[in-house]
Write a protein that binds this ligand. Structure first.
Ligand SMILES: Cc1ncc(C[n+]2csc(CCOP(=O)(O)OP(=O)(O)O)c2C)c(N)n1
Ligand SMILES: [Mg+2]
Length: 304
């Protein structure tokens, strides 16, 4: 019979908190969770740099600032360049135990910050870039970004006009791989242990590293703020946001999904998809199925 001590759940999430509770995010926002998990994984020897976006508002204003690590706020398009600059300064000082993190939204990454990020990867900057993805320009009122998925309502893509108006959500991980990234992974706030494990893995590697974090936004996704974690989890359990990593030319799933759920279960919890017809939902299902098959093929080829 195991002792009571042996039967206690084993938590792998570090107890140390590097984020105070009093931040300025909206109720139910997933971004503070993502930041909290990131800092638990990285520890205090971390410098964050971030552009315009909810990220610049969320930690609050000094002296009521919620992060317990230094933060630099800079122009919207500059996360990659700023990261390279901070790294160069740290290297001059011989501070190679500090992790430089560029933390930017989806708009600040896949659209306006893409050239800066691409340059930093090209320069082989030793840093970790985290894109927290709420799938629109949320801080300025939910405008469509290059990371907004097919069919989603935004203030610049009113619903009911067909779902294939754009090329679809930009595949930022594929872009990073093509750019020569050293390590890349997707993470989801609904899976904190996996989130922390991926960031720790990234921390241990030198060179440019990229993490794509799904962070639902209750106000922009038109959903109940109590359902953030449930909706985030459904994104992965439906295959819309698969969890996987890329390293040394190889892909692997970091979370295997058994009994994948229909995408409708994810879409129906969010008002941003409520205008979709059953035919359009079926169209989204087809796209998700196809993209997942493509990813499975890459994972399969990596095993050979
Ligand atoms: C050059 C420039 N263009 C536009 C803006 C206005 N602006 C500030 S935050 C923001 C939205 C940022 O969207 P995203 O990067 O997705 O982050 P989120 O707000 O969704 O967290 C915009 C358009 C700006 N600050 N600078
Ligand atoms: Mg955004």
């Amino acid at each position: 019979m195991p002792s009571v001590k042996d039967r206690r759940p084993r938590f792998t999430i570090p107890q140390e908190e590097l984020m105070y509770p009093g931040h300025s995010a909206c109720p139910g926002c997933a971004e503070p969770l993502a930041m909290r998990y990131l800092l638990k994984a990285l520890g205090p020897r971390t410098i964050i740099n971030l552009p315009a976006g909810c990220c610049a508002v969320m930690p609050g204003v000094w002296p009521r600032y919620a992060l317990r690590v230094p933060m630099i706020d800079h122009a919207f398009e500059s996360t990659g360049a700023t990261s390279s600059g901070i790294r160069a300064a740290l290297d001059k000082k011989g501070l190679d135990d500090v992790t430089v993190v560029g933390w930017a939204g989806d708009g600040g990454t896949v659209d306006i910050g893409l050239q800066s990020l691409s340059g930093a990867v090209d320069r082989n900057t030793d840093f970790l870039y985290v894109m927290y993805d709420n799938e629109a320009y949320m801080n300025t009122g939910a405008q469509c970004s290059g990371s907004t998925p097919h069919g989603a309502w935004t203030t610049t893509t009113p619903g009911g006009k067909g779902i294939l108006q754009r090329g679809g959500k930009k595949r930022i991980l594929d872009l990073m791989v093509a750019n020569g990234i050293t390590y890349a992974a997707t993470v989801n706030i609904a899976y904190p242990e996996d989130f922390i494990a991926r960031v720790r893995e990234a921390k241990a590697i030198r060179g440019p590293r990229f993490v794509h974090a799904l962070t639902p936004c209750p106000s922009g996704w038109r959903m109940d703020s109590r359902r953030t974690v449930e909706v985030a989890s459904l994104a992965t359990r439906t295959g819309i946001f698969p969890l996987y990593e890329y390293r040394n030319g190889k892909y692997q799933f970091t979370k295997e999904i058994k009994n994948r759920k229909p995408v409708e279960e994810y879409l129906c919890l969010q008002g941003r998809f409520k205008h979709l017809s059953p035919a359009q939902v079926a169209q989204i299902q087809e796209i998700v199925d196809r993209e997942l098959e493509e990813l499975k093929a890459k994972v399969g080829a990596s095993r050979k």
